[in-house]
Design a binder for this molecule. Structure first.
Ligand code: URA
Length: 441
């Protein structure tokens, strides 16, 4: 087999065989196929596309290129969730304990990643002592004993994807639905769960800016998951504004605790409840949506979902007293209110800009080596549809010094567009995709 022939076939719009796909994934991962040939094939894929069989094969080959987590020692159907990423997305901290409290095993591998704020791992590590490096045996043991473990992704999870993604990033070949879907799903397949619930964000702070693009990505990922024998659902949720109010690692943990204590942001709760619902439906714990909602609300009301987060914290070396009494963790040195410079209704918020102002404060990483400051971030007050008057506080920045806060405040304020006319609020959840297609919610 020759890479040249594979490139030629795709350039002419032909369907690649499973053998051809396995050949280039293996060859590129082990260094036998050079970057220039792989780049050429990636561009041909962007121009001519992959069908669903080719996409599923590519995903399975990338998943099998490194460690495949063996969860067979864990009893019952295991559930996992994944978000395509957004600003203020703390859903894992809420959804995983809810689902685990209902008896569903959640073996969660999470990324650190680059971005406006840290990933789930960074958020959990903002709890003093919390340890996210677990040996595979400890990871499996914890899920068996308490239904929940959260650990950093093994460095050898889908290495083919890691290498391909780095190449896509510099060859203008990231924005292809099949390539994005296979990249995300390869890591989910390698993580071993039976049920996969995807949170596909849509809007100004998301990877996918339009509902149409988000639906296409959701459909592609659900198709891959189901073809590969995993029960897969995708929920399409809003990212035209921050999810909830908090952006920044410790601030987000605090907000997650509020939701688990039943007093959190209603929109954030709605997103989490929807994701948790599909996880427990997929695992067969609930038979109907109504039953699932009732069960989820019960574990919030009786405190067992919050107790599960505390148990996770204790088990992984953290001190749960910080969850019970968040005030003892302290706050960033400066609390800087950002005030509206005129009155109006909030028409739109460039959420990526809000994320970038959090990044300026030190809440996330631009480069892998950057160190996150767990206490800095933003609490957002004004959301789409709200009426604000000149001088009203629209958000508070938590910063380490006044100068950084001032620069970030300018960016934060610039993200808002106001209108004289009343503006409708946006929905938190748009719909979901299952094996039968898209359903509006
Ligand atoms: N996230 C991924 O993991 N892969 C992509 O291709 C895009 C976003």
């Amino acid at each position: 087999m020759r890479m040249y022939d594979i490139i030629t076939a795709k350039k002419r719009g032909m369907e690649l065989t499973d053998e051809q796909i396995a050949y280039f994934v293996k060859g590129f991962t082990n260094g036998e196929i050079p970057d220039y040939q792989m780049s050429s094939l990636l561009m041909a894929i962007c121009l001519k596309g992959l069908n669903s069989r080719e996409t599923a094969t590519l995903t399975m080959e990338m998943a099998a290129s490194g460690d495949m987590l063996d969860l067979s020692a864990i009893e019952g159907r295991k559930a996992d969730k994944h978000s395509t990423g957004g600003v203020g997305d703390k859903t894992t901290l809420i959804v995983a304990p809810i689902v685990a409290a209902l008896g569903v095993p959640v073996a969660k591998m999470s990324g650190r990643g680059l971005g406006h704020t840290g990933g789930t791992i960074d958020k959990l590590e903002s709890i003093p002592g919390f340890r996210t490096t677990l040996a595979p045996e400890e990871f499996v043991k914890n899920v068996n004993e308490m239904k929940l473990a959260v650990a950093g992704q093994s460095a050898n999870l889908a290495p083919a994807d890691k290498k391909l993604y780095a190449l896509r990033d510099v060859t203008a070949t990231v924005d292809n639905v099949s390539l994005i879907a296979s990249s995300i799903m390869s890591k989910k397949l390698a993580s071993g769960s039976d049920v996969i619930v995807l949170d596909v964000k849509t809007g100004s702070g998301a990877f996918m800016k339009t509902l149409e693009d988000s639906k296409a990505l959701a459909e592609a990922m659900v198709e891959i998951g189901n073809r590969c024998g995993r029960s897969t659902y995708a929920v399409i949720t809003d990212m035209n504004q921050v999810l909830g109010r908090a952006v920044g690692n410790w601030l987000e943990v605090r907000e997650a605790v509020e939701v688990l204590q039943g007093v959190g942001d209603p929109e954030l709760f709605r997103v989490c409840e929807t994701l948790a619902k599909f996880m427990i439906l997929g695992c067969g714990i609930a038979k109907t949506s109504f039953e699932a909602h009732t069960m989820i609300r019960a574990v919030i009301k009786d405190g067992s979902a919050f107790a599960k987060l505390c148990e996770l914290c204790d088990r992984q070396g953290g001190d749960a007293s910080y969850l019970w009494n968040p005030e003892i963790r302290g706050e960033a040195a400066v609390k800087y209110p950002v005030k509206a410079t005129k009155g109006g209704y909030v028409k739109s918020i460039n959420t990526e800009e809000i994320g970038l102002s959090a990044l300026m404060l030190g809440a996330g990483r631009e480069k892998k080596e950057d160190v996150i400051d767990p206490l800095v971030g933003i609490l957002v007050d004004a959301k789409i549809g709200d009426r604000v008057e000149e001088g009203d506080v629209i958000g508070t920045l938590y910063a380490e010094d006044e100068e950084t806060a001032k620069a970030a405040a300018e960016r934060f304020l610039g993200a808002y567009t106001l209108s004289d006319e009343p503006v409708a609020r946006v929905r938190a959840v748009y719909g979901y995709v299952d094996a039968d297609g898209y359903h509006e919610m």
